[in-house]
Design a protein around this ligand. Sequence first.
Ligand SMILES: Nc1ncnc2c1ncn2[C@@H]1O[C@H](COP(=O)(O)OP(=O)(O)OP(=O)(O)O)[C@@H](O)[C@H]1O
Length: 268
Amino acid sequence: MENSSATRPGQAAAPKPPPLIEIEHFDFFYGQTQALKDINLSVRQNSVTALIGPSGCGKTTLLRCLNRLNDLTDTARVAGGRILIGGYDIYERDIDVIELRKKVGMVFQKSNPFPKSIYDNIAYGLRIQGIRNRDRLDDTVEKCLRAAALWDEVKDRLNDSALNLSGGQQQRLCIARALAVEPEILLMDEPCSALDPVATSKVEELIHSLRLNYTIVIVTHNMQQAARVSDHTAFFYLGRIVEHNVTEAIFMNPRDPQTEAYVSGRFG
Ligand SMILES: Nc1ncnc2c1ncn2[C@@H]1O[C@H](COP(=O)(O)OP(=O)(O)OP(=O)(O)O)[C@@H](O)[C@H]1O
């Protein structure tokens, strides 16, 4: 049978969809200190992009600019450039920041479940949207816990406190909670830094499977982790992106000597 999506000889290939996230000449300050300098980065849908680099080089700052969490910092200021998500400039005046943060979810370094039951942690985001229908809440709780590879471990104790879960389970719960409001993008800020190797590998497997439905940007200090989970890697140094490429190229064949020194462990 003919594959209708195949390109025939002489026929132009279908144009690639534009990147989901496009960062163009982005400059950002805390007070008088410039934390991000002329950042340019494109992120395709359903990919994992790792942000790596030594401490203080701006990785978390960029992550927090992607859902405007930095708006909550008094001294924070965008000084130039723009960030487009789905083609919209997220720093335009008429952008609804609450809607943006639903679309661009975040998972933090230290898991931060609410002091509520496992069920209520996941249902929380829907309830504050006014959704009370029990079947709908039950479905979402199950779907998100399954997506976060946690369902089998907690399905018989959904009413237990989330604070009784292990550290790794709490982090997967936080990922499930982020999924409940149906984001397109998940930002992860060193999500495994507080986890042991077994819990880390579970979260890494989860990141791998989530890329089928989500676009992920992850900050990590762990080079092996960046190499294992990401499709693209951006190396930051002193507020700039020194090099951005497919992950294999960054680790196996970096173009810039600073990238080479960092990924081979000679500085940072
Ligand atoms: N709220 C803030 N106010 C002032 N300066 C800040 C603030 N947050 C971060 N900075 C500064 O901005 C720069 C970038 O910090 P950022 O946290 O983005 O770096 P990072 O690469 O994520 O570091 P790490 O790997 O240690 O988490 C640093 O010099 C830091 O001190």
